[in-house]
Each structure stands twice: as C-alpha cells, then as structure tokens.
Design a protein around this ligand. Structure first.
Ligand SMILES: *Cc1c(COP(=O)(O)O)cnc(C)c1O
Length: 350
C-alpha cells in the first residue's frame, strides 16, 4: 500500500470523554462528510459501543441511511437537507429532519414525523428568523416536535456575539416551552463547549474536537485521531542547478538528495503547500521542493537517512492539521475533509 490514513479509535474515545466532561450535556457526535474524512460508520460504531454518545448529526439523508444500514441504533439528526430528498428514507431509517423553513414544516406535518426546529439567531444561514417566530409557534401546535437548535457563527473567537445569539435563542425557547416542555435544546459546536453555557441547553453537537483538533485557545489538549502516511517511491541525488517539478519553481544550488513521496493533490494534499509544506521522514521534517503534483510530492532529504519504501508522515502528531492549515489560510476541517477516497483508511481498533 502506498498511501493510507490510520484512524486511531482509542483517541476518539478519549477525546469524546474530555469533551463530555467539559460540556456536561448529552452529546450528539457530528459525523457528516464521512466523519470529517475519518469514516462515519466506524466512528459512529466506536462511539455507540464505547461511550455514552446520545446520537449523531449528519448533513444528508444518504449519510444517515448509511449509518442505519450498518447497524447504528441511536438518534440521527439530518441537519442540512430537504424533506423531499429524505422522503424515501425518513421513516424506514428513523432519521430525524431539521426543519428550517415553512416549506419543510409543511412536509413534515404531512408525513407526521418527529423533527427538530432550527432557529436563526445570527448565523444568517438556515433557520427561522425572529420575525417568523409567531407564525411558527402557531403552525407547530399539532406536530411531533422533539427538539430545537440554533448554530453559533463565531464561538471560536467571539464570546460576546455567542452570548447574544444564546440570549436570542433563549427567548424563542422560552416561548416554545409553554407548549413543548420536553424538547431537546442544543446549540454548542466544539468551540462553544468551552464556555460551559448552561441553563436552557440539554445537548451539544460536536465534530472537530472529537477528531482531536482544538478549535481555539483555552481548549483542553486533544489527540489528533488521524495520521496520514505515504511511501517513498524513490530516493536520488540531483545535480546542482537542477529544477524540480512542474513550472520549475525550485532549483537546486548544490547537489541535493531528494525523496519522491507517493502523496499529491489527488490524495487531498493542498497545492498551496508547494515549496512550503513538510513531511516527516525518519523523525526529521523534510521541506517540500517544487510544486505538489497529482500523485507525488518531492521533499529534500539531504541529511536524513531515507530509503525507497520508507514511510513519510504527511499529517500526524508532529504535523497537525491545525498547524498546516494555518500556514496556508485554511481551516483544519478543509484538510481533513479533503483526504480522498484513494487514501485507504486503516482502523486502529480500541
Ligand atoms: C458541522 C456542524 C457542527 C459541528 O461543528 P464543529 O465545529 O465541528 O464542532 C455543529 N452544528 C452544526 C449545525 C454543524 O453544521
């Protein structure tokens, strides 16, 4: 195997326990987008079997159906799809829709299924605006409403705005509770969990931190769950003044030993890291030379003991998603979600 991603499920469990401790609420594990590239089935199974996870959040009905087909039993919330997409799965797979506008509300009423409501308290994306609340409260009277949520836009960087959103959310929840007093109430993503918000909230919805990336300062230390690795295809010494890779953006000034690593942008490695990124080989950080290619990347290994077939670490403890993403103005979510299908996931069991 030339390229693979090790998914350390023991770390996932330890991260979960830390977050649960911090949140002091029931936890929805966010496993959308194939669990941020980690494999949603394995992640959900591991959490269901080894922790007190309450349920799972996905983006689409297909994602939810896949979890049910593989035996996941706990509640699954579908956060960003439409009822018309979900009609054929909804009941069969016990998937819970999130209703964010009146068209969706009409459809869940027709289907008579349980659902959560989404309120827009300042994200400006999905959810009912304050001006719609009165009509909404009228129209949900005879429904199977079981939860209500909102989403914070800036919990990683702005406590004041987060408090503003929470206050607005509370004003809706207070009205709602006159009729529905047992609903689940949730709004915290990974970053918000550290604020220890309490009062109305019953559940948290965490993604990033489960996978071992601290979303911001002031967060407990977590363990990155994924380690991405690839083999060295060949090692050789280039002569002085020899150019490397497409467009000749790097040129040796003296003799230079290089290793060609079988990992490129088709594997999800950002091309922006051309001449910038580093891979870890034999314990040493080796700088990338020239442009990242589709299937390969060249690194300098002048003073490192490296041979053909050695393993390079692309992302791991010493090259965390968080640091690498910062370097190129991306977020760790993007790097994780980009690791492509071609990179086989290897599960390190609990
Ligand atoms: C993705 C998502 C989350 C999880 O966010 P993290 O920052 O990964 O914890 C929570 N809620 C909603 C609505 C989301 O879309």
């Amino acid at each position: 195997m030339l390229r693979w991603a090790e998914v350390h499920l023991d770390r996932l469990i330890r991260n979960f326990k830390k977050i649960e401790e911090l949140s002091k609420k029931r936890i929805y594990a966010v496993v959308k987008a194939n669990a941020y590239g980690h494999g949603s089935v394995q992640v959900a199974k591991t959490l269901e079997e080894n922790t007190s996870v309450y349920g799972f959040c996905v983006a689409t009905y297909e994602e939810g159906a896949e979890l049910r087909q593989s035996g996941i039993k706990k509640p699954i919330l579908v956060m960003s799809s439409t009822i018309s997409e979900g009609k054929k799965f909804l009941k069969e797979y016990r998937l819970t829709p999130v209703v964010y506008d009146f068209d969706e509300l009409k459809l869940v009423k027709e289907l008579s299924v349980s659902f959560h409501l989404k309120i827009d308290t300042g994200m400006g994306r999905l959810g009912f605006l304050e001006s719609e609340w009165n009509k909404l409260l009228e129209e949900i009277r005879e429904t199977k409403l079981i939860g209500v949520m909102t989403h914070f836009s800036s919990a990683d960087e702005d406590y004041e705005y987060t408090k503003f959103q929470l206050k607005k959310f509370k004003s809706f929840v207070d009205k709602l509770k006159r009729k529905f007093n047992k609903v689940e109430v949730h709004s915290e993503n990974s970053a918000a969990v550290r604020f220890k918000l309490n009062g109305i909230l019953t559940h948290s919805r965490v993604g990033l931190s489960l996978y071992g990336v601290e979303p911001c300062e002031g967060y407990p230390k977590l363990e990155q769950v994924m380690e991405v690795k690839a083999k060295v295809l060949t090692v050789k010494e280039l002569p002085p003044n020899f150019s490397v890779s497409y467009s000749r953006t790097y040129r040796t000034n003296k003799k230079e030993r290089i290793a060609v690593v079988s990992f490129g942008y088709a594997d999800g490695y950002p091309r922006e890291l051309s001449n910038r990124g580093k891979f870890l080989l034999n314990g040493e950080l080796c700088p990338i030379r020239g442009k990242v290619c589709m299937d390969m990347t060249v690194v300098s290994v002048n003073n490192v003991k490296v041979e053909k077939d050695d393993t390079a670490i692309i992302y791991g403890e010493e090259i965390p998603f968080k640091e690498v993403s910062k370097e190129i103005g991306k977020i760790p979510y993007e790097l994780m979600c980009s690791i492509s299908q071609r990179v086989r996931r290897i599960y390190v069991e609990v």
